[in-house]
Design a protein around this ligand. Structure first.
Ligand SMILES: [Zn+2]
Length: 234
């Protein structure tokens, strides 16, 4: 995490969804503790079990939540400007429930855990917003778990590219086959095949380490129903 220097209080227009439009008094209490930080690609914010020192509200970055097994890690949640990483602390868990990794570099608003807990214990608008958001993340994790088991690599890749683009734009998205393979739990050779198929169909453009979405409707047709189910859960 890079903490830019003093101008780092977030401008109101850039606030992520959970912080935007809070009651004036509540925002005024939070503001001295909010800082804008730059997240770099693949930066690990927490490992499962880590004490959470800060919560993160992405502005134009994207944070991937990964469930870690001995056999490897797989993505079971995504946090963009609609959400917050570090939700375990809201649930009063002793540590992070999953690994959190920056999947798309960019800025985020960061808040120290103590200031965050003090704010939500006062029971204001932020706490009220976090309850339905917790439900959204739970439903999304359940959907992704089922998706990973039952849907094809092509369906899952299309679903995932749409979810990423919804949060950070259509690209070019910095993306290697290795990274996509890790996020989706798909063999790297399968990722290469799938990206080739989607490109031939005119749905994406593969660059050097980037993917650009060309047809949202085409990708929606290629994705499994999980994409719409996850959108509706939000
Ligand atoms: Zn699916």
């Amino acid at each position: 995490v890079t903490v830019p220097a003093p101008e780092s209080r977030p401008p109101l227009a850039a606030l992520p969804a959970l912080l935007a439009g809070l009651p004036r008094a509540e925002y005024a209490r939070l503001r001295p503790d909010l800082e804008v930080v730059q997240l770099t690609l693949k930066e690990v914010l927490y490992e499962a079990g880590d004490a959470i020192e800060h919560v993160y509200f992405p502005i134009d970055s994207l944070i991937s939540l990964l469930t870690v097994l001995a056999a490897g890690a797989i993505e079971t949640g995504l946090v963009g400007r609609e959400g917050m990483a570090g939700l375990s602390i809201f649930l009063r868990a002793p540590g992070a429930d999953r690994r959190a990794v920056c999947q798309h570099p960019g800025s985020a608003v960061r808040l120290p855990a103590g200031a965050f807990l003090a704010a939500v214990e006062q029971g204001g608008a932020l706490a009220s917003r976090l309850l339905p958001y917790t439900g959204t993340l739970l439903r999304t994790a359940a959907q992704i778990a089922a998706c990973n088991r039952l849907h094809t690599a092509e369906q899952r890749s299309a679903r995932w590219l749409l979810m990423v683009a919804d949060r950070v734009g259509a690209g070019p998205l910095p993306m290697t086959q290795q990274f996509m393979s890790e996020m989706l739990g798909v063999r790297r050779a399968s990722v290469a095949d799938v990206l080739g198929t989607l490109e031939q169909a005119g749905l994406i453009k593969n660059g050097y380490g980037t993917v650009t979405l060309l047809s949202r409707t085409g990708l929606e047709a290629a994705a499994c129903e999980c994409y719409m189910t996850i959108c509706e859960a939000a």
